[in-house]
Write a protein that binds this ligand. Structure first.
Ligand code: PLP
Length: 378
């Protein structure tokens, strides 16, 4: 089997599994308990907080463990609204975790501005600047898009927000491990990371909240996570996240160089299929993301054909898959109708091989030809 769906989920890294195993077995104590088993778990959580902070150039006190990307995005948005302001600026191509949180906010009278990207999927800092008003509570722009891999200019956007005194949140779920995140340089007040995209557990993640940012508790209860997110901590998942993020952030430039060389071979091979189109920016792109539309081919059918041939891929994002709606991301790019029939997303990791790329190109080519013949597409 060839797995090319790492943007949907990645396997648990050996380091993360080894670090987590004691907390799934013998060291099962509640981190709030005062006995030695409890203290062991609490100490391990503190160490994981330090690993996470070090990986993104933050202070340990700025790391809040969550149940993943969706929770982090929701928390950032609703917390910013509670701090004041009735307006959010975001983009039309955010993940559903941001878009649907914004839509829920709209139900209670909040105004949301959805910035449209250019045809490559890029938002310009100027667009953000022009959209700011005095009652803007938050700007939320993703660091990297989960469908087309476009990298947004979050450093420039952060500078603009800081200068205007507006809170800035970025969803870095897809960027983490592919792009260096240094909270010393990046002027984001909040940043979301999900563990299962970087070698940790599903149902686990973190929200970075810069010191001094007004926040309100997400879940009330026993006071865990400094009273902001109550509930007994999932020590195993947190410890796994610490190990996973440490590993993946250790050699980002080298790893990304290797992955992007394979990505470019894949793009090159798929571009030779007649009437195909690479979606997203050619240059400002995640090292492991490939997203293609093939005229006359339904992405969902293509994904099923690839699965039969032993290649795991996605059409649009895993979360939107199966909805039958055209991808909101491709729609926002303003593409012609013929390119909108659900694209094919292939996402690579450092375990992807040249041979897998070669095989995938030929399997996609055969599947596209077969599907086109089946619908009489000339
Ligand atoms: N944000 C982005 C950009 C994502 O790609 C995802 C997951 O695909 C999420 C948020 C949601 O993360 P989680 O699955 O941890 O809730």
């Amino acid at each position: 089997m060839i797995y090319l769906d790492y943007a949907a989920s990645a396997p648990i890294s050996p380091e993360a599994l080894a670090a987590a195993t004691p907390f799934l077995t013998d060291s099962f104590g509640n981190p709030s308990s005062v006995h030695s088993l409890g203290r062991r778990a609490a100490l391990a959580i503190a160490a994981a907080r330090e690993q996470c902070a070090a990986a993104i150039g933050a202070e340990p006190s700025e790391i809040y463990f969550t149940s993943g990307g969706t929770e982090g995005d929701n928390w950032a948005i609703f917390s910013a609204l509670k701090a004041g302001g009735r307006r959010i600026v975001t983009t039309a191509i955010e993940h559903a975790a941001v878009l649907n949180a914004c839509r829920a906010a709209e139900q209670s009278g909040v105004q949301v501005v959805y910035l449209r990207p250019n045809a490559d999927g890029l938002i310009s800092p100027k667009q953000v600047e022009q959209s700011l008003t005095d009652d803007t509570a938050l700007v939320s722009v993703m660091a990297a898009n989960n469908e087309i891999g476009t990298l947004q200019p979050i450093h420039e956007i952060g500078e603009i927000c800081r200068a205007r005194g507006v809170l800035f949140h970025t969803d870095a779920v897809q960027a983490a491990g592919c792009v260096e995140l240094d909270m010393g340089a990046l002027k984001a007040d909040m940043l979301t990371i999900s563990a299962h995209k970087i070698g940790g557990f599903k149902g686990s993640g973190l929200l970075y909240i810069r010191k001094g940012t007004p926040i309100s508790p997400l879940i009330n209860g026993g006071g865990q996570e400094r009273g902001m997110r109550s509930g007994t901590e999932n020590a195993a998942a947190i410890v796994a996240l610490g190990a996973a993020i440490e590993r993946i952030c250790a050699d980002i430039p080298d790893r990304c160089r290797r992955i992007s060389a394979l990505r470019d071979k894949l793009i090159c091979g798929l571009s030779e299929i007649p009437r195909s189109r690479l979606n997203g920016s050619r240059t400002s792109r995640l090292c492991g993301n490939v997203n293609f539309s093939f005229e006359g081919v339904q992405g969902e059918s293509l994904v099923l054909n690839l699965d039969i041939a032993g290649v795991c891929a996605s059409s649009a994002s895993a979360c939107a898959g199966g909805s039958g709606e055209p991808s909101h991301v491709l729609t926002a790019l303003g593409l012609e109708e013929r390119w909108l029939q659900a694209p094919l997303r292939l996402t690579l990791s450092d375990s992807t091989t040249e041979d897998e790329i070669r095989q995938t190109v030929s399997v996609v080519r055969e599947s596209v030809e077969r599907l086109r013949r089946a619908v009489g597409f000339k």
